[in-house]
Design a protein around this ligand. Structure first.
Ligand code: 4NP
Length: 168
């Protein structure tokens, strides 16, 4: 069977809380599924507020408690990312709108952009709430929300790995 490698980019505002959290969780699920050879992931922010920083200490803390060491350095999302990544996963509707503007009206780019929580059939809400200005509890909540979104996303990405390539 021909395999189609898939690239997944998680995007939030600062790229220090929600999107590196989702990236780390997704990479762990991909590894547990034995698909690391076929699915790669990264994260980025719509802003340039925290370029080259490690994730927020509160994000790293909840990650460590769940067996994840995050080493991502924050970067700003570029229009070229919408060409390079097969899946561009926004954490909230504001990130979604920023990515849609960045797509410059190109249908192929727009079709790659999704909301993380749209992959969680149990989710009562569309947004992963921004935890940055709140307390530590918000980071535990973000972890759980990202886990549920990633659990829904993985089968869809994995199905694309195994699907026959579309004619271009
Ligand atoms: P994130 O959280 O978008 O989940 O990384 C934030 C981090 C920093 C800021 C806002 C949100 N900030 O305004 O600096």
């Amino acid at each position: 069977m021909t395999m189609n490698p898939q690239r997944v980019l998680f995007v939030c505002l600062g790229n220090i809380c929600r999107s590196p959290q989702a990236e780390g969780i997704f990479a762990q699920l991909v590894a547990q599924a034995g698909l690391s050879q076929w699915i790669s992931c990264d994260s980025a922010g719509t802003s340039d507020y925290h370029i080259d920083e490690l994730p927020d200490p509160r994000t790293r803390d909840v990650s460590l408690r769940n067996g994840l060491t995050l080493q991502h350095r924050s970067r700003q999302v570029q229009a070229a990312d919408l060409d390079d990544f097969d899946w561009v996963i926004a954490m909230d509707q504001s990130n979604l709108a920023a990515l849609q503007r960045l797509a410059g009206g190109q249908r192929r780019r727009l079709s790659r952009i999704h909301l993380l929580r749209s992959f969680d059939p149990q989710s009562p809400d569309l947004d992963v709430p921004d935890p940055w200005a709140g307390g530590a509890g918000g980071f535990d909540r973000v972890y759980a929300i990202c886990l549920h979104g990633c659990l829904g996303l993985l089968p869809q990405v994995a199905a694309r790995v195994r699907a026959a390539p579309k004619p271009t």
